[in-house]
Design a protein around this ligand. Sequence first.
Ligand code: F6P
Length: 373
Amino acid sequence: MTKLVGVLTAGGDTPGLNAALRGLGKAAIEGYGMQIIGFYEGYRGLMQNRTIRLDGSNLSGILTRGGTILGTSRDKPNNMPMGGQFLDMTDTMLENYNRHHLDVLVCIGGGGTHKSAAKLMKKGINVVTIPKTIDNDLFGTDHSIGFDTALGIATDAIDRLHSTAHSHHRIIVVEIMGHNTGWLALGSGIAGGADVILIPEIPYKANAIADAILARSRGGKRFSIVAVSEGAMNRGDHEEYIKITKELAEAKKSGEKEKIDARMLAFRQDHATSTIRLAQELERLTGLESRVTILGYVQRGGTPSAYDRLLATRLGTAAADMINQEKYGIMVAARGEGIEPVELSEIVGKRNIVPLDHPWIQSARHVGTNLGD
Ligand code: F6P
């Protein structure tokens, strides 16, 4: 029997999503004689039944294109924004899945997408997932689509900031994405030769950073590049964050979470400008002129790197293989040289953070990079 496959891309876009759609689609259609339906804008399109038939014509010519031809959204099946309220729409999604007589739904996304896929699985939908995120924080896979491209973009930016920082004898603090993990800042900071790298896993002290910068100045290097992950925090903020997180967990149990939610929201809003405050503090502590560059969405845009095209093609085609074998409820994970199925139940709710003894951290310290501690 011809298998009918649905596919969606959800969460933040990354370069390489189209390469994954192409890999999945070509292998499924040409290799296994399956049919593919794409849903627009992640889980929202599944709820609204907004579809496009994917075939040779629209899967061709997209290997190198950034973004996603399907569009994406961060909407969650069980908490869907609907006319001013949030509703559980998983039943509607199940109806649409059945309406198309689908055998499986392929969900391409990061941590949130995987959580949502697991929820749909509980409703009776067969799912296969493909890992993508520029943050590299997905548990259970060595690599995720998009990280390598973003790493290249951030490294290139740090390279370029060097010459201007050097010419003006300035500190340039460059904010790099990564959500609550430091992979992107750490990797690009090492590759780009940043003098200071700050990541969420290592709460920092501004004084320690200023001392390192002043030591460079005394050695004749009158500029410094500080690569800071968007989730990095100074020690005081980190303590506060841990406190609110614990209180939130307790409040969830007692059903009184709204007050703590508001505190967390206020904390996050305040944290959004922490890189600017850090630059100001470093200027005050060192007497050196400081500037900020926030790389932002440029890290997620444009053409995927060769590595991401290769990874996306491998993961997409492996997903078609899994569907052919009717292996459902799994993520296709990149492990070592190969691709392996990993049960969704083993990975959902877990995060891949930078271990403090990770070789990248050791290497950074060995080349004299200050990590803010
Ligand atoms: O998860 C990818 C990512 O780019 C993070 O690095 C960043 O924190 C977040 O998405 C930004 O989210 P949004 O696209 O919703 O602004």
